[in-house]
Design a protein around this ligand. Sequence first.
Ligand code: HEC
Ligand code: HEC
Ligand code: HEC
Ligand code: HEC
Ligand code: HEC
Ligand code: HEC
Length: 421
Amino acid sequence: MESKDPETGRWNQDCIRCHATHGIPQITDEGVDTTVGELGIACEACHGPGAEHIAANSAPSRRYLEHLGANDGDPTMVNPDRLDSDRSAQVCGNCHGLAIFQEPADMKEWMTGGYKFRPGDDLQAVRHVLEVDYDDPVVKRVLKDQPYALDDRFWSDGMVRVGGREYAGFVRSACYTHGALSCVSGHEMHREPDDKRPLEEWLDDQLAEDAVQDGACVDCHALEGRQGEAHTHHAPGTTGAACYDCHMPPTTWGLLKGIRQHEIDSPTVAVSLETGRPNACNMCHLDKTLAWTAEHLGAWTGDVQPELTTKEQEIAASILVDPGGRGRPARADGLGDGLGRRDRDQRGQRLDGSLAGPPHGRPLRRRAARVGAFPAPRRWLQGHRVRLHGSPCGARGGLQVDLLPLERAAAHPHRPGAGAG
Ligand code: HEC
Ligand code: HEC
Ligand code: HEC
Ligand code: HEC
Ligand code: HEC
Ligand code: HEC
């Protein structure tokens, strides 16, 4: 691929990882021969290869027995609902996560053979979920090649902050590490036939009908008395009373909007001060100060609240945006506010050991400017062949690449490269 244009081929080697089923880039010195099982997120992306299932069920007698419930779920096909919560979440995490290859060789293998991971496999065995851990050898290796890999992607306490990477936050939630919460506890990928909600409502986040409001949480937490106004201090059924209002606020950024955080935690003023991340309370109560929030949280929980500066006591938290938080080291040249490590680096500054965590805070304005400069989607496919190859569910004759969804994508792009590796 002789091209000086860094965007040429991006679809073939980047977007294809999550926006196609079983994509294989096959970008070599000889040229580009990209293949996909199917364009888009098709059955086998979540259910795994279907050949065995099709072969087994070619016999009508078996189909009938399965219909009668012979196996309590057909064992020839993976169903994320029947996997344990780890394996189930990993099905989604392969695309909704921030993961990198374990070994450099895995990257090469992917380029020529596609992902080794199949639904039901252990994702962690073949991919490495990216976390802010500067001692982790895999992270060290990545930072050597891409010094900015953690910048922008994480808040300074390690909470993920790019949208569409829900799994990277989810795996840090106590409900998952100490409980059996999985993605399908809240989401359903096929709308139930008796779902009374309008299609659009289901499509928005594909939540199971009983998971809207508190359903995904109270199975495990009701007994602790977390339900009801005594805990939420908001009238039941109103905005601000649902579990995810406070425990999953939209603190990841993507698709030009805030998207709900999937690392489940509780709002505190101290964390906002430390990281610059807005707390759930002030994300709704835009006109209120941090002091107002501290006062209520103090009264509700009895916890001692942090000391606040005059500004923090008098100016609404939504205006007092400090994208880096107090955790960000001060800069000698006074250019620090809102600049990430990449900017520092470009100014030839030394990356010294004082950077305990990634400095954050590219202002949204800059980010929007970058998104605006996103290349026209036609260029991603330009000059590249994409073949649909024989996958049991996806075998189709001929190829018609419909550019319309890609054109639409141009109107709502998310930042290229946000998924490392
Ligand atoms: C690591 C997996 C991954 C990669 C790589 C990836 N995406 Fe995505 N993308 C996602 C996920 C997951 C979503 C859904 C995000 C959400 O709704 O929170 C998404 C959403 C989108 C959307 C919005 C779709 C909609 O219907 O609103 C666009 C556009 C998009 N991606 C474009 C791209 C482009 C262009 C590339 C390549 C430069 C790319 N993506 C690479 C996982 C990925
Ligand atoms: C994004 C992931 C995803 C995709 C894509 C997907 N499914 Fe599913 N499928 C699931 C999950 C998760 C379940 C469990 C029930 C639910 O969430 O709706 C499921 C359940 C099913 C079931 C019910 C199985 C049972 O034992 O009751 C069938 C049948 C099924 N899917 C077929 C398909 C077919 C056919 C396609 C393609 C047209 C497809 N699925 C695409 C995730 C997916
Ligand atoms: C092959 C990659 C892939 C897999 C596997 C996958 N997703 Fe997605 N998912 C995506 C992409 C890409 C999008 C954005 C698609 C678009 O809008 O065009 C998306 C969109 C979504 C959305 C819609 C977000 C919105 O805009 O409201 C939800 C919810 C979701 N996925 C949940 C899941 C769950 C749960 C699983 C596992 C059962 C799963 N996904 C498996 C790639 C994947
Ligand atoms: C499958 C059971 C289960 C489900 C469902 C569940 N949780 Fe949890 N959650 C737990 C367990 C277990 C813990 C850890 C409790 C402990 O360590 O004492 C926990 C911890 C928490 C914490 C404390 C987290 C922290 O790090 O301090 C919050 C807040 C929470 N859950 C909220 C929620 C919300 C909101 C939902 C719904 C989106 C939810 N949970 C769904 C099991 C669950
Ligand atoms: C208006 C905001 C708000 C809503 C809504 C809310 N919570 Fe909380 N929750 C908090 C705050 C603040 C804390 C931390 C202080 C405390 O322990 O009460 C907390 C703590 C928790 C904890 C314990 C965390 C720990 O550190 O031990 C759990 C579990 C929890 N909430 C579950 C739920 C569930 C389940 C729902 C929905 C039924 C819910 N919350 C709705 C604000 C809220
Ligand atoms: C999803 C949005 C949302 C979240 C998150 C939220 N609230 Fe509210 N809150 C509301 C709404 C809406 C009202 C009712 C509007 C009103 O009466 O002014 C309200 C009312 C209140 C009130 C009573 C009215 C007032 O202004 O004195 C207090 C106090 C309050 N919230 C504090 C909090 C605190 C503290 C948190 C975080 C633990 C929080 N809220 C989280 C939306 C939210």
